[in-house]
Ligand binder design. Structure first.
Ligand code: PRP
Ligand code: URA
Length: 206
């Protein structure tokens, strides 16, 4: 169960354009948002609901609505490209931020910022497009847990097998929703075939 790959033709279509190295930042940002909408829909499939009564123009009827508080936590910087669609879908969501940056040579993630709300009882999504070594996601989810979250889902665009294995070992039972499981990591710990450096492509940095 832990890794769930989004099985939808539109997800594949959007991911193909994200992978394309000729896609410019402006289009890359739009594609990221569209794909994140699909990922967040899947990642919130198990959110708690409750029954209410509504009155249509015809008569009263029972209806199910979201019955649980949610939170989203993007990992800076690339995860910011996934925040807006999550907030658009769930306007009442609480938002926390975690800043992590991989060292260029070692690929070890260093924490430089953290601002999280109380996450107790909240259905919490951690957003980061790339699960490469899994170091960033594992650190982030440890922080999220320390704020009281118990129902957590990791939401990614592309995952590498090495990262999935490390994340599962660190946080058994925490599901990962991704658009694709790629082949492997290269010698620089980039995902193959991947889509390059997501943050750089999102913001047009070299
Ligand atoms: C990227 C990406 C993830 C991390 C994944 O961020 O957005 O956070 O690498 O790699 P890992 O699984 O090996 O930890 P990066 O550190 O490049 O920072 P950025 O988002 O600011 O570009
Ligand atoms: N971070 C990225 O942005 N891309 C990768 O392939 C690995 C880490």
């Amino acid at each position: 169960m832990p890794l769930q790959v989004l099985d939808h033709p539109l997800a594949g279509h959007l991911l193909a354009a994200l992978r394309d190295k000729s896609t410019p930042p402006e289009q890359f940002r739009r594609l990221s948002k569209s794909l994140t909408t699909l990922l967040v829909l899947e990642a919130t499939r198990r959110v708690g609901t409750k029954e209410i009564e509504v009155e249509t123009p015809i008569q009263k009827t029972a209806a199910r609505v979201i019955g649980q508080k949610l939170a989203v936590v993007p990992i800076l910087r690339a995860g910011l490209g996934m925040l807006e669609p999550a907030v658009d879908l769930f306007p009442d969501v609480a938002v926390g931020y975690i800043g992590l940056e991989r060292h260029e040579d070692t690929a070890v993630a260093r924490s430089y910022y953290s601002k999280l709300p109380d996450l107790e009882g909240r259905y919490t999504l951690c957003l980061d497009p790339m699960l490469a070594t899994g170091g960033s996601a594992s650190q982030a989810v440890a922080l999220i847990r320390s704020c009281g979250a118990e129902q957590i889902t990791m939401v990614c665009v592309v995952a590498a097998p090495e990262g999935v294995a490390r994340f599962e070992a660190s946080h058994p039972g925490v599901p990962i929703v991704a658009a694709c499981l790629d082949e492997k990591l290269n010698e620089r710990k980039y995902i193959v075939p991947g889509l390059g450096d997501f943050g750089d492509r999102l913001y047009g940095t070299p």
